[in-house]
Design a protein around this ligand. Structure first.
Ligand code: SAM
Length: 508
């Protein structure tokens, strides 16, 4: 049951049946106007993980046309369409600037919220993590969708939870922005809520005040009122405020994924609104905070993210914290595991798809994706620490990679050699989908070799990705020769469960 999907969540949500999940906890892009870089290990190793800048472009217009079309047959989309048209007036139909960006962002979020509403069970809830940039607009959309039949006033909206993370801030012109907003909605009045699960632990020094116990074993304090009467205050009620003080991700918990949230935050939502065995979904799951929290609390889980970059930290996290193995303990869908899927990934003509492919390829070599494509540099970098027993010393080696999806040219290979020189790289891997010419091989010969522990490794190597790699991922160790202490991560054979349906989704 537990599953990670790689792809656009709208398509994947639309494939899910009605009333499928018990709980959705999710943290989408906030319309922050920023592009996030994943700082993975060192400053060189950054790569755009995802962008959070929005423009009211043709894609946004198409989405709006689609919403309008669906509004003819669906009450949910009708409510959404009406709400967005109202916002159009508020935002003056702007196509650029903040107002245009907000319209584009809301066109993106609207249908996803509509689908989330559809797949929630009657007893289910949704926690939407956002911040004051757009939380007020999102609440309007959710109110419209959730109360599409205008049945009961404010019955579905439960709380605006304020997550206060504190910390220092530098603003001299306003108060420092140190909180996020989490909108909590129940699907119907039958929504499940556990008061015990929702309560935070009371500070130890205050527990002693609640020194009475009722017949059900609940602790309470008896307080004398001014008029001489008494009131009973239950321990669990005191600690269920709608503002939660919790620090941001710290120390070992940090995986270096931009916008990673603390696990404790998501554990609290899951404890409050689900039972063991329930299905928890995060359609914007990033490096898997909700997934990790759900697994810790013995819930089933489904995670979706659009970027391949999220997949490796998530897999690592599930392995390290829970000993989970893909294909054995959970499934991954939407990950290129044969050449047909690689072609499909690239044929989209979308720069982002290229990023994903290039990220996937360099991470197979155990390298870290670097900066942006088209920077004339390289797509992957790694620093191998090599132990040299002869001199009883560690040495460092820099390994670079470059990915070319079109027909590679000798000029490109030479340019990469230049990049290797400039970056003092010991080894460079030139990754292609098409074959390498004799001239390129000669260029590699000319680069000579790198010696470690008495072994020679060609300084410039080629890895042509073809079907043979997917048939036997270990072949990478013969195609590319790196010092033994370097860890190459071939796609696991057992990860091949990218079915045709998913292929269709990726094609969009
Ligand atoms: C704010 S981050 C989530 C971080 C997550 N809560 C964590 O702790 O790691 C938002 C995520 O949404 C993903 N995303 C953006 N657009 C998406 C889409 N259309 N479908 C699926 N995921 C998407 C991004 O790749 C990013 O990982």
């Amino acid at each position: 049951m537990n599953k990670l999907y790689f792809g656009d969540n709208l398509e994947i949500l639309r494939e899910m049946p009605d009333e499928r999940v018990h709980l959705i906890c999710t943290d989408p892009p906030f319309n922050s106007g920023r592009d996030y870089n994943a700082f993975i290990g060192d400053s060189l190793a950054q790569k755009k993980a995802f962008t959070d800048t929005w423009t009211y472009d043709t894609a946004a217009q198409d989405t709006r046309a689609d919403i309008e079309h669906r509004a003819h047959t669906s009450n949910t989309y009708k409510a959404l369409d009406t709400c967005l048209k109202g916002y159009d007036l508020v935002l003056q139909n702007a196509v650029s600037g903040n107002k245009g960006a907000t319209r584009a962002y809301l066109a993106f979020m609207g249908p996803r919220l509509a689908e989330m509403h559809r797949i929630l069970k009657d007893t289910g809830s949704l926690y939407l993590h956002c911040d004051p940039t757009a939380s007020h607009y999102l609440k309007g959309i959710m109110d419209a969708i959730w109360d599409q039949d205008n049945r009961s006033k404010n019955a579905f909206f439960q709380n605006e939870i304020v997550w206060c993370y504190g910390g220092r801030g530098m603003s001299k012109t306003r108060f420092n922005r140190k909180h996020d907003t989490i909108l909590f909605y129940g699907k119907t009045k039958h929504m499940f809520f556990s008061p015990e699960g929702a309560s935070r632990p009371v500070a130890e020094e205050h527990v002693g005040r609640y020194n009475k116990t009722d017949e059900q074993g609940r602790k309470y304090a008896r307080i004398k009122n001014r008029d001489g009467t008494y009131s009973d205050i239950y321990l669990s009620d005191v600690v269920r405020e709608d503002w939660w003080e919790m620090p941001y991700v710290r120390g070992n918990e940090s995986l270096g994924y931009p916008t990673q949230k603390p696990r404790a935050l998501y554990e609290r939502m899951i404890k409050a609104s689900s039972n063991e065995g329930d299905i928890v979904l995060d359609p914007f799951c990033g490096c898997g905070t909700t997934i990790d929290a759900a697994h810790t609390l013995k819930r089933q889980w489904l995670g979706i993210d659009i970027t391949i970059l999220a997949l490796d930290p998530m897999r690592q996290r599930l392995a390290d914290r829970h000993g989970l193995e893909p294909s054995v303990d959970y499934h991954i869908e939407g990950y290129p595991t044969n050449m047909q899927e690689v072609d499909k990934l690239l044929k989209e003509g979308d720069k982002r798809k290229y990023h994903d492919f290039s990220n996937w390829a360099v991470t197979r070599l155990g390298l870290k994706p670097t900066k942006d494509v088209g920077d004339g540099g390289h797509d992957g970098v790694g620093h191998a620490t090599l132990w040299n027993p002869q001199v009883m010393k560690e040495t460092n080696a820099r390994i670079l990679a470059e990915v070319k999806t079109g027909k590679p040219s000798l000029t490109q290979v030479r340019a990469f050699c230049q990049v290797m020189h400039e970056n003092n790289a010991e080894i460079g891997i030139f990754i292609t989908l098409e074959s390498i010419s004799a001239g390129m091989r000669q260029q590699a010969e000319n680069m000579g070799s790198f010696t470690h522990n008495g072994r020679n490794y060609p300084r410039l190597q080629f890895w042509q990705i073809d079907e043979a790699y997917f048939e036997n991922p270990d072949i990478i160790n013969t195609l590319v020769r790196l010092p033994d202490t370097w860890r190459i991560r071939p796609t696991q054979k057992s990860e091949r469960h990218f079915d045709n349906k998913q292929m269709h989704l990726l094609r969009g």
